[in-house]
Unconditional design. Structure first.
Length: 171
């Protein structure tokens, strides 16, 4: 025990150094999303997020978009509490049987035009939860999906790139 304590005091942490932040690239991406939203909708983009049964790994990355580092509200991208104010429905996780109805009601409460974005491997086809007695399937088995952002989980930059691709291609 004493040896371990001494080693921990004399050696640095054994974890890898964190990657350097790409602030310029991130800011450009966020501004592109905001510009595309204003061109498409005439205003900024409002997002309603629904966890349909995820492990919360995807939520951690989505929440990071609102933290002090990414701080996306400064660029006009915002998460809203009501589906009636949302343009995009961001869905994570497999759709569990318990959440299927709530997800459908959320989608039906959104005004047109509206888009559905499935986030993460589980949202695509159930991922590691596919085949469970509690799972109804991927998001596409319940709602019309406009875009899938792959990853387990996708990081904030991948989420932004996905939203930009959606706005540039959505009819
Ligand atoms: S894609 Fe990965 S992080 Fe996201 S809900 Fe599924 S297992 Fe969790």
């Amino acid at each position: 025990m004493r040896k371990t304590l001494l080693e921990s005091l004399t050696h640095g942490p054994l974890t890898e150094a964190e990657p350097a932040p790409d602030e310029t690239g991130l800011a450009e991406l966020a501004q592109s999303v905001n510009r595309a939203a204003r061109a498409k909708l005439g205003r900024s983009l409002s997002i309603r997020e629904v966890d349909a049964g995820s492990c919360n790994g995807c939520e951690l990355e989505i929440h990071a978009l609102s933290n002090a580092f990414y701080d996306l509200e400064r660029l006009g991208l915002r998460f809203v509490a009501s589906p009636r104010h949302a343009d995009v429905l961001l869905v994570t996780g497999p759709v569990t049987k318990n959440m299927r109805e709530a997800l459908l009601r959320t989608y039906n409460a959104m005004p047109d035009p509206k888009w559905v974005v499935a986030v993460g491997a589980c949202a695509a086809d159930g991922g590691i939860f596919a085949g469970s007695y509690a799972v109804a399937g991927g998001v596409k088995d319940v709602l019309p999906v406009d875009l899938h952002i792959p990853g387990c989980p996708p990081n904030p930059k991948a989420l932004l790139a996905g939203l930009l691709a959606l706005l540039q291609t959505a009819a």
